[in-house]
Design a protein around this ligand. Sequence first.
Ligand code: ZN
Length: 195
Amino acid sequence: MSVREIVTIGDPRLREPAREVGADELASAPVQELIDAMIATKRAADGAGIAAPQVGEPLRIALAEVDPTNRRYPYKPPIPLTVIVNPVLEPIGEELVMINEGCLSVPGLRGEVPRHLRVRVRYRDRDGAERELVASGMTAGTFQHEVDHLDGILFCDRADPRSFSTWEQFDRHHREGFVRRMEALTERLAREDGP
Ligand code: ZN
């Protein structure tokens, strides 16, 4: 699997809304190879997710995956590899939560982003099957971040600019409080959502 170059902020390709992928196109070798390359690129960069525009392809394909060894986001709950094609995201309820995010396409920067606490995502998997998932907390934030990429939106568009920090300053000043806040949220969601 080939690792692709990650497009960074300022490149117009990150700002173009991506287009839907047809069934035949999804089954085609180039698109299946693109999905493999996105997985390899995300893993090589130790990200939590990646969207096709981040490797320069204007297609509505994204994926999320967090394993317990992720060094970039060690506090994130695990997410099994989930490839979402033509996703449609719908908030569940009104509640928002502030999540401190980074992005492979915005090197060095983090910021606090208001995200829906719970979302439903309808999508096709890489084999074209219709699927649906419900996510909450930080995992819901990850899917919102990735679907935003398909609409040409970056986390810094939604963040309070006064919350921006470098990764170094996040570690120094904000990480502990943020992780405590997220642990409390994860506990609360476990109680509310059940096992
Ligand atoms: Zn991103």
